[in-house]
Design a protein around this ligand. Structure first.
Ligand code: AHM
Ligand code: MG
Length: 337
């Protein structure tokens, strides 16, 4: 008999749960609901060019940016899924100024809070380029049953219980870690299931790709400029020049570099003194994934996961990817203050 060895996301979650005899299945339920929301959003994105969903929703989000309709949809779908899991008692989202507290009877005792960017890179939707969802899960620090507060969401990245992203690309994939390796699941549209396709992902220690918005080059700090020049110089012994690849969609740029090896950079500049990316729901989850795959994430001089967030939408300069590349840019920054 032929064997069809398929591991679905739910199989995988249950298998992992068995490694923790004390686990009550709460966390597994939460992840399952995130998977379901991802399928709903993925399906809507597939129809984006057909349905009347393209274009702006007419609202401005807390970052002062126009919201796309799909941002709103993704935010609602993920928030509803997290609520209905019954395991999540509050959510922080790029799309909302303040945290959302779940006071419903079945959710108030949930042990987890989730920080998310429901649709990152959404300005790419209109031009049919990949976008993604980013999520980060923490155990609440407020007592069960109490209302959550900002402190629950302003924990250091080192406290993450899990982090992941969904990439809505040529296929839909979910990649996540619970601090014990990174695994990738590809959605089989005919089955409607995420299937384990990229077990135990490892970020190559060095790579050949660098990803940065070079349009901002002249406004970058000196160390970053010198590192970019280093990437472009010819030196066969170190495999240079490197290749420049930038989609402008963090999830997609990170995903490619995770698989192939490389560095993603969003430095400070005159236009964005703290960079553009948000620590709590963009940088920390990707940093947790990077580290769990053997990579590194830095704000230039220190580890991203060690930063204590002061506010929900705080920004930070960001360098993430292959350890040798991130370490080297730290050197360039240190030597060119
Ligand atoms: P968003 O959360 O508003 O979509 O913005 C974040 C996105 C990232 O996905 C991407 O890496 C970055 O913004 C691109 O910014 P820029 O266009 O300045 O290069
Ligand atoms: Mg974003």
């Amino acid at each position: 008999m032929k064997s069809y060895n398929i591991t679905t996301l739910d199989d995988f979650i249950i298998r992992r749960q068995k490694d923790y005899p004390e686990a009550k299945g709460e966390f597994s339920r939460l992840l399952h609901h995130i998977g379901t929301a991802a399928k709903m959003v993925g399906s809507k994105i597939r129809k984006a060019g057909l349905a009347d969903i393209l274009g702006r929703a007419g609202n401005i989000n807390v970052q002062g940016e126009d919201q796309q309709k799909l941002d709103v949809y993704a935010d609602e779908v993920f928030t509803s899924a997290l609520l209905s899991s019954g395991e999540c008692c509050g959510v922080a989202s790029e799309e909302n100024q303040n945290i959302i507290t779940f006071t419903h009877e079945f959710a108030v005792n949930g042990n987890y809070i989730v920080c998310m960017d429901p649709l990152d890179g959404s300005s790419n939707i209109d031009v049919n380029v990949s976008v993604g969802t980013i999520f980060s899960i923490y155990r609440r620090i407020s007592g069960r049953g109490a209302e959550v507060s900002d402190d629950d969401f302003l924990q250091k990245g080192t406290e993450q219980v899990a982090a992941g992203y969904i990439i809505y690309g040529s296929s839909t994939m979910m990649v996540y870690t619970t601090g014990n390796g990174v695994n990738g699941f590809t959605l089989d549209p005919s089955l409607g299931e995420f299937c384990l396709s990229h077990p135990d992902l490892k970020l190559p220690q060095k790579g050949k790709l660098y990803s940065v918005n070079e349009g901002n080059y002249i406004k970058f700090p000196e160390g970053v400029k010198k590192y970019i020049k280093y990437c472009q110089e010819r030196d066969e012994s170190t495999n240079r020049p490197y290749t420049s690849r930038y989609i402008g969609s963090l999830v997609s740029d990170f995903h490619r570099n995770l698989l192939k090896g490389g560095i993603y950079m969003y430095p400070s500049s005159e236009i964005y003194p703290d960079g553009k990316l948000r620590l709590v729901y963009e940088c920390n989850p990707m940093a947790f994934i990077a580290e769990n795959a053997g990579g590194m994430a830095s704000e230039g001089t220190k580890r991203i996961l060690d930063i204590k967030p002061g506010s929900l939408h705080q920004k930070t300069p960001y360098f993430v990817g292959s350890t040798e590349m991130v370490s080297l840019i730290e050197e360039f920054i240190k030597n060119n203050p």
